[in-house]
Design a protein around this ligand. Structure first.
Ligand SMILES: Nc1ncnc2c1ncn2[C@@H]1O[C@H](COP(=O)(O)OP(=O)(O)OP(=O)(O)O)[C@@H](O)[C@H]1O
Ligand code: SF4
Ligand SMILES: [Mg+2]
Length: 330
């Protein structure tokens, strides 16, 4: 992308892990650990949209919540503009909250049904800025216009809007304080396909207008492909392949990416190259992930090395990183 500053990532994770402890037993044998996110190292560059894809339960939402420090990090580190915020307290995070916002799949969950949309959108200004009542009304009207709603909508309640309009309100709220980064977790997954395209286009327009950086989480590859400049593919808590979106989807090197892609029709990819790979076996539990390469139980190319040694993410020399002992030809 033109205009993208390459000197320093906006956000950087190094070996970031988030493990949940489940089961309250005092017997250690009955306490289990879910390795929801495991040793993820990612750089997110200003102005880019990094898509995060992978099957349900692979840790996408958990990673998204870690990135904006909505949850604590178990190990590894997180930097925002070079500043280590891995262990920052809520008070230390407060000024950063303006800069990092999240948009969720179901905006209704965060829109109090008993309050008018104008009040809901004014909340960020009340918390972070001192504005007069008329300035607040102007800012809310401006926000509504930015997401292609009408300023008159401020007096309505959330239930008076369609799903797509409610997502526009969720986006307006995230935009209110002019953040640098928006982590959007499945923002269009609950919407009809025709509405999905409108919201994706709106997000793309807003990115240009406000110079935003996005992390766009979705299980639908075709949606991710429309908006992402780069993509990271996750499997059982870890990134297995990342790189420029077109390259990763057109010529995957990791066998999991290839399987994921073959399950969805992407029209621009030549049919002959898209022979359907059916993943064998079930997704293993993140409480008890396989040894070596976590994908070895389902991989058509697995060898004994794969069963014993965990592959590291390595550059393939064409702008992407792949964690595989025997990468596919691409
Ligand atoms: N609060 C929690 N306590 C315990 N386990 C959790 C918690 N939140 C998530 N998990 C587990 O962590 C793993 C990753 O979950 P996560 O929601 O991040 O996946 P996801 O990729 O977003 O899935 P989906 O596509 O269904 O949204 C799953 O095994 C999930 O059950
Ligand atoms: S490391 Fe081995 S098991 Fe894992 S994806 Fe590569 S070939 Fe398959
Ligand atoms: Mg999720």
């Amino acid at each position: 992308m033109s205009g993208v500053l390459r000197e320093r990532p906006l956000l950087r994770t190094s070996d970031l892990s988030k493990h949940y402890h489940v089961g309250r037993s005092i017997l250690p044998a009955q306490r289990r650990t879910v390795q929801a996110v495991d040793t993820v190292s990612l750089d997110i560059w200003p102005g880019e949209t990094l898509g995060i894809v992978g099957e349900s339960g692979c840790g996408k939402s958990t990673l998204g919540r870690c990135l904006v420090r909505l949850t604590d990090i178990t190990s590894g580190s997180l930097e925002f503009e070079g500043r280590d915020i891995t262990d920052a307290s809520q008070r230390q995070l407060r000024p950063l909250r303006r800069q990092m916002q999240m948009v969720f799949q179901d905006p209704s969950a965060s829109l109090n049904p008993r309050r008018r949309v104008g009040d809901l959108l004014a909340d960020p200004f009340r918390i972070h800025e001192r504005l007069s009542a008329s300035e607040m009304t102007d800012r809310v009207a401006e926000l509504l216009r930015r997401v292609e709603l009408s300023p008159e909508h401020a007096s309505r309640y959330p239930h008076e809007f369609s799903g797509g309009q409610r997502q526009r309100i969720g986006i307006a709220r995230a935009l209110a304080l002019r953040p640098r980064l928006i982590v959007a977790d499945e923002p269009v997954s609950a919407l009809d396909v025709s509405i999905q395209a409108q919201i994706v286009n709106l997000l793309a327009d807003l990115r240009e207008e406000f110079n935003l950086t996005y992390v766009f989480i979705a299980h639908d590859l075709s949606v991710v492909r429309q908006i992402s400049t780069r993509v990271a593919v996750m499997y059982l808590g870890s990134v297995v392949e990342s790189g420029p979106t077109d390259l990763v989807f057109a010529a995957p090197r990791h066998h999991y990416t290839a399987a994921l892609r073959s399950a969805v029709p992407i029209p621009s990819i030549d049919r002959a190259r898209r022979e359907r790979l059916v993943l064998k076996g079930d997704l293993p539990s993140p409480m008890n992930p396989p040894s070596g390469c976590r994908f070895h139980t389902r991989c058509p190319a697995a060898t004994s090395t794969c069963r014993n040694e965990r592959p590291l993410l390595q550059s393939t020399g064409d702008g992407r990183l792949v964690a595989c002992h025997h990468p596919g030809g691409g």
